[in-house]
Design a protein around this ligand. Structure first.
Ligand code: PMP
Length: 389
């Protein structure tokens, strides 16, 4: 008999599986359930983008690409970042095409963490930053953001979390699960704290295209003095509804990207070829698709926000991504109990805020990248649940 616990790496065994997963396991056996759980657009990838993937297969483009990705895709990414965010990255040496934003985050964290290094992670936020840090022998330092600050990272909270061991700051905006964003002014205040330090910023901008108010997304790399220290992570999953294609990219200073490419080269080789051809089409001709989907999400956002408030739940108005993060404190339940009972009683999945780190307890996350019909039914069922539980 083999003793697996002594064979397996202790750090991996110590990491808890994602708190989101168990709800999906239950959902599998509940075919009539409505899921507002998964953070995934409900649209099929626009046809012209799918077609570009299909055409690449028809032409027999089934081989590896260069490690950093097709040069035409890197060129298109550079053009896109310049067009949308006034950022300049050289396609040769400053951009790597990755397997989703997920690989980009893993690369960005692994490239800089030495054992014991601290990584500051504002929470509630996406579930992977802490475990990826810990698996690289780093120490996640969670900084709670507050609903009264619209879930922004404040310069005071950042300053208080910095120690001589701080290696990097993860900036997860627009934020999953809160929908919070950081304006240019907010980012300038963060930049002021970072100036003069040796701290890297890993900026997860996967929801950059999904902001709804007057404040459009600003990248921290646009703030003077920040470009040199920022690793920008982005991807195609959310903006173009391309989750299954597994397409993302990271950009940064040449000195960093030149090293990071080795992690990608030895671990992945190159991102899927067919997906890269589809991504070229998305970058070249996808701006209208983004605008149309954003408009649709915005309608759903208003509908769900009004609906949740009208059934008596306090809810922060999210300005980005596609999640609502209502408080369920008035029900007297903790978020895990609320979600489990709601799923069992009403067959609707939402995710406990506690799954997203410190500060998430007392809230649940509902994804509004779902049809209006499903959102309306989910709201009716939630009202019923709150009244009759
Ligand atoms: N960052 C955030 C904040 C996310 O919500 C997600 C997906 N849920 C990702 C990164 C990773 O997305 P992907 O790997 O599909 O690009």
């Amino acid at each position: 008999m083999i003793d697996y616990s002594s064979v397996l790496n202790q750090r991996i065994q110590a990491v808890a599986p994602s708190g989101i997963r168990k709800f999906f396991d239950i959902l599998e056996d509940m075919p009539d359930a409505i899921s507002l759980g998964i953070g995934e657009p409900d649209f099929v990838t626009p046809w012209h983008i799918r077609n570009a993937g299909i055409r690449s297969l028809e032409k027999g483009r089934t081989k590896y690409t260069p490690n950093a990705g097709l040069s035409e895709l890197r060129r298109q990414i550079a053009l896109y970042l310049s067009r949308h965010f006034q950022l300049t990255y050289d396609p040769n040496g400053q951009i790597i095409v990755t397997v989703g934003g997920s690989e980009g985050l893993d690369l960005a964290l692994r490239c800089c963490i030495e054992p014991g290094d601290e990584v500051i992670i504002p929470t509630p936020s996406f579930v992977c930053y802490g475990p990826l840090t810990a698996m690289s022998l780093g120490k996640p330092v969670y900084v709670e953001t507050k609903v009264e600050d619209e879930f922004r990272l404040t310069p005071e909270a950042l300053k208080a979390a910095i120690t001589p061991r701080t290696k990097a700051l993860v900036l997860p905006y627009p934020c999953n699960p809160t929908g919070g964003i950081m304006t240019r002014k907010d980012l300038e205040a963060i930049a002021e704290v970072l100036e003069g330090t040796n701290i890297l910023v890993i900026s997860d901008e996967i929801y950059a295209e999904l902001t709804y108010g007057e404040d459009q997304h600003v990248s921290i790399a646009q703030i003077p003095g920040m470009y040199e220290r920022t690793i920008l992570v982005n991807g195609f999953s959310k903006a173009y509804s391309m989750t299954g294609w597994r397409m993302g990219y990271i950009c940064g200073p040449r000195e960093l990207i030149g090293q990071i490419v080795k992690l990608h080269q030895y671990g992945i080789m190159s991102a899927p070829t067919m997906s890269q051809y589809a991504a070229i089409e998305a970058m070249q001709y996808g701006d209208e698709d983004i605008a149309a989907m954003r408009e649709e999400y915005n309608g759903r956002r208003r509908f769900l926000l009004d609906g949740l408030r009208s059934i008596g739940l306090e809810c922060f108005e999210p300005k980005g991504a596609f999640y609502m993060f209502p408080s369920i404190q008035s029900t007297g339940m903790d978020s895990d109990t609320f979600c489990m009972k709601f799923l069992e009683a009403e067959h609707v999945a939402v995710i406990p805020g506690s799954a997203f780190g410190p500060g998430g307890e007392g809230f649940v996350r509902a994804c509004y990248a779902a049809s209006m019909g499903n959102l309306a039914t989910a709201l009716e069922r939630m009202e019923h649940f709150i009244k009759h539980r």
